[in-house]
Every structure is written in C-alpha cells, then in structure tokens.
Ligand binder design. Structure first.
Ligand SMILES: Cc1cc2nc3c(=O)[nH]c(=O)nc-3n(C[C@H](O)[C@H](O)[C@H](O)COP(=O)(O)OP(=O)(O)OC[C@H]3O[C@@H](n4cnc5c(N)ncnc54)[C@H](O)[C@@H]3O)c2cc1C
Length: 272
C-alpha cells in the first residue's frame, strides 16, 4: 500500500537534541498494558502534514544503553494529542515540528521487537540514503545546451576553455555517481542491504549536485539568481531553485560529515 501510494508515511526520527546522534532520542513511550502512552517532540519531520502514518522512533527503555532502548511504532497521525506545525526550509519545502502529548498507540502498532528499533532505523536509513541525481543531471544537460547557444563577446560560451574544462569535469562526476548508484542496485539485486556504500553514493551525489548548480550560477551570472516566472529567468529558473534544494540535500538522512564517519568506520574499519 505504501508503494502504490494508497498510504503515505512520514519519517519520525529527528528531535531537538537528536539529529546526527539519533541514539539521543527521547520521545517517551510508556507501556500501559494494552497501549503505549507517547510524550515528546519531533523536529524536521517532513510530510507529516500530508501523511497518514508516522514511522516513529521512540524510547521505550530509559535504563539501558541509549541505542538499546529505542522502538519503532506506526502511529496514525490523526491520533488525538498530536500537533503538527510547519517549518519551511530554504528549499521552499515544508517540514514539520510534531508534538506528542499523551498520545495512545495500540500495542499492535509496535514494529518488530520492542527495544530493537535502533537497528531497524539504521537499516531504513541505508535505504533512504540512495540518492538519485536525475533532476540535477537534467539541469546539467540544459546548461551544456545553453553554452552552445549563448554568445558572449562574439563567440559561444561553449568555446570558453574554462567552461569546457568545468563541464567536462562534471560530466565525469555525473558518470561516477551513476556507477555508484548501480553498485547499490547490484547489492539489492543480490538480496543485500547497502551500508557504507549508500553513504558513499549519497555524499558524492549530493555534493556533485551542488557542484552542478554552482557551475550553473557561474555560467548564468546574475541571471542564475532569478526565479522561475520572471521574464529574465534562464532555464526556467531551475538553477536558482536547485541551488537552494541542493543545500538541504547534504543534510537530511544524515549530513555529509556523518556519511564520511560511516565510510571511515564501516567501510575502512577506522575507530569511532
Ligand atoms: C529538509 C530536511 C528534511 C528533513 N526531513 C526529516 C524527516 O523527514 N524525518 C526526520 O526524522 N528528520 C528529518 N530531517 C532531519 C535531518 O535528518 C537532520 O537535520 C540531520 O540528521 C542533522 O541533524 P541536526 O539538524 O540535529 O544537526 P546536528 O546533529 O546538530 O549537526 C550540526 C552539525 O554538526 C555536524 N556533526 C554532528 N555530529 C558530528 C560528528 N559526530 N562528526 C562530525 N560532524 C558532526 C553535522 O554534520 C552538522 O554540520 C530533515 C532535515 C532537513 C534539512
């Protein structure tokens, strides 16, 4: 039902004090016999305002090591006691603060085993981190065409040696991203779960996306900053828009620094 779009889920991990370090999450779920009673705050929980269910990480045990007291639950976002408030990012996307006040969640909504949630959530993040570069690659393709058509000082931009060097470099990086993505597909095809490989792909792809739009800003000059809808906008304002989205994409699902920590620890076996 999730895959067919019948049911929309929103991810409920981050809290004011728990972003990069999710083991610090504190939303309390008290066992009340046939239900859990939930109290606490979530932050940056995207799509909660339109979703049916919250895929929620909460604390069910305060007396064990932090990562051992976390459970996953599926919560109906229409439950009494849930308040959702918008947070608008520089990308223009709405994410949310979600407050739980004495929210009752039936026991059958617990996912898997109690207190094993941290492991489920880490595996879910490995999937979430697979980052498709497609929409940025299309911006790149349009930029290439733009340089072929745009004449500055009597010659097309595509003849400028600096622009050619930068476009050639980026086309190589886009190809590398595609191959990193294929590696993830290969791992999935074999029935595995990509781990540090997702972190490699996400970091490289999201930072490549930033390099694409940065080059777009250089090539378009001041036109690059003009929004879609203006008569002066070039490439339908895509460089302006994707410049903003590319920044938040190196943050959600774990920042680039956290991805590099994962690559260092799980990929290279370096100490924590
Ligand atoms: C647009 C957007 C959508 C989001 N959607 C969701 C969502 O749907 N559900 C959800 O649960 N969360 C969501 N998030 C939250 C996101 O996952 C967190 O913002 C992110 O994990 C970083 O956490 P933080 O903001 O608390 O930053 P912090 O953890 O406070 O980090 C601050 C800075 O310190 C650095 N840092 C922290 N720890 C380390 C370390 N050990 N080593 C090196 N550097 C470190 C970070 O890289 C960062 O630069 C979203 C965020 C954004 C921006």
């Amino acid at each position: 039902r999730i895959a067919s779009g019948e049911t929309e889920f929103a991810l409920g991990y981050t809290e004011p004090q728990a972003g990069s370090d999710l083991s610090a999450l504190n939303l309390r779920a008290e066992d009340k016999g046939d239900y859990f009673l939930l109290n606490g705050n979530k932050l940056f929980n995207t799509s909660c305002h339109i979703a049916d269910c919250h895929w929620l990480a909460c604390r069910t045990d305060f007396d064990v090591a932090k990562h051992k007291g976390v459970s996953m639950m599926i919560v109906d976002l229409k439950s009494p006691g849930i308040t959702i408030s918008p947070m608008i990012t520089m990308a223009g996307w709405q994410t949310n603060e979600v407050v739980y006040e004495d929210v009752r969640v039936p026991k059958e909504n617990l996912v898997g085993e109690k207190n094993k949630g941290f492991y489920y959530l880490m595996a879910a993040l490995d999937f979430e981190r697979m980052f498709p570069l497609g929409r940025y690659r299309r911006v790149f393709d349009e930029l290439v065409e733009y340089t072929k058509e745009t004449i500055v000082d009597g010659k097309t931009l595509s003849k400028d040696p600096l622009i050619r060097q930068k476009l050639a470099q980026l086309s190589t990086e886009i190809e590398v991203t595609r191959l990193l993505y294929y590696q993830l597909a290969h791992i999935l095809d074999k029935g595995g779960i990509p781990n540090y490989q997702s972190s490699m792909e996400k970091t490289f792809a999201t930072e490549c996306a930033q390099r694409i739009v940065n080059l777009g800003m250089d090539i378009l000059g001041l036109y690059g900053q003009i929004k879609e809808g203006s008569k002066w906008a070039q490439l339908k304002g895509k460089v302006e828009k994707f410049y903003r989205t590319s920044i938040v994409e190196t943050i959600y699902a774990g920042t680039s620094e956290i991805q590099r920590n994962i690559i260092a620890q799980r990929g290279l076996g370096l100490p924590r």
